[in-house]
Write a protein that binds this ligand. Structure first.
Ligand SMILES: C[S@@+](CC[C@H](N)C(=O)[O-])C[C@H]1O[C@@H](n2cnc3c(N)ncnc32)[C@H](O)[C@@H]1O
Length: 271
């Protein structure tokens, strides 16, 4: 199922950057990884823990290069570059986030291996066979035409390169009312993990692994609500009390949908 939308994600991420950092407890704008039964005292921020899950499946090393599509604030790319020694180019439709990510690379002394630039995942400005791996991390749910992106990724990946795609996935069919609610609040393009895997095969990839992070979307939305409660005064000061009320309403409405109908999933594929 696709949901046609013409939402301007660049403008959205430009405008709400500070708020999204509060909501996500920092610079990771993807789902936190809180595994059932896993002790939470490993000292790793749950967003970084999700990044580490992807890093373990990204076989790159010094001298190799990775493309991070929809790179957010650059935190996942920084962690990937630090852990593996590779170089990362991140692209993003939010110019503010590109600037902030480049500031992070500068502050961390990593500008030789981290570069962030404006760009749209649907139309990549790179020659064929450029990268050893490509990530798209919590972005595909913003893209109504995933096959276009997958074909572009296949083109810019070297033969045998790894593609990792992690995002919100559909677990159970949504009612018309739920679909309309989601469309009205945060337009998402929803596919099941199986459908994403089929699209990847259609684009030419071999799917190596599919992971369903069961329960993660529910935990994520509960953490969002808690963050808004904890930072209420700061958010009102930066935005407005109407803004806070609107987000409360939206997250309340989304909670049941996230619990019953959606999940967070990862596809690991090879070209
Ligand atoms: C939820 S954030 C995830 C950011 C980052 N990958 C992370 O995990 O922290 C989604 C990001 O995708 C970017 N984005 C949305 N649509 C895009 C597109 N078509 N091409 C490139 N970036 C896009 C947004 O500006 C934002 O930075």
């Amino acid at each position: 199922m696709t949901s046609e939308n013409h939402f301007d994600f660049g403008a959205f991420y430009n405008e709400y950057g500070e708020f999204l950092k509060i909501l996500n407890c920092g610079r990771n704008l993807h789902a936190p990884l809180i595994l059932e039964g896993q002790p939470e005292d490993d000292g790793i921020e749950p967003g970084d823990r999700m990044t580490d899950f992807l890093i373990k499946r990204t076989p790159v090393s010094a001298g190799q290069s990775v493309l991070d599509l929809g790179c957010g604030l650059g935190q996942p790319a920084l962690r990937l570059a630090r852990t593996t020694g590779c170089s990362v180019i991140g692209i993003n439709v939010s110019r503010n986030q590109v600037e902030e990510a480049n500031q992070l690379a500068q502050a961390e002394g990593m500008t030789d291996r981290l570069q962030f630039q404006y760009g749209d995942a649907r139309e990549l400005n790179f020659p064929d066979d450029t990268f050893d791996a490509v990530w798209i991390f919590s972005v595909m749910e913003h893209i109504p035409e995933p096959l276009t992106v997958m074909r572009e990724v296949y083109r810019v990946l070297r033969s045998g390169g790894r593609f990792l795609m992690a995002n919100i996935v559909r677990k159970n069919p949504l009612s018309e009312e739920e679909t309309l609610f989601l469309k009205a609040n945060m337009p998402v393009s929803l596919y099941s993990l199986t459908e994403y895997a089929e699209l990847l095969e259609k684009a030419g990839f071999r799917v190596e692994e599919k992971v369903d992070f069961k329960g993660t979307t529910a935990t994520w939305i509960q953490r969002d609500k808690e963050q808004i409660r904890k930072n209420h005064d700061l958010i009102v000061e930066k935005y407005s009390s109407e803004f806070v009320e609107e987000w409360h309403r939206m997250l309340d409405g989304m909670e049941a949908i996230f619990q019953e109908k959606l999940s967070y999933g990862l596809c690991v594929a090879e070209s």
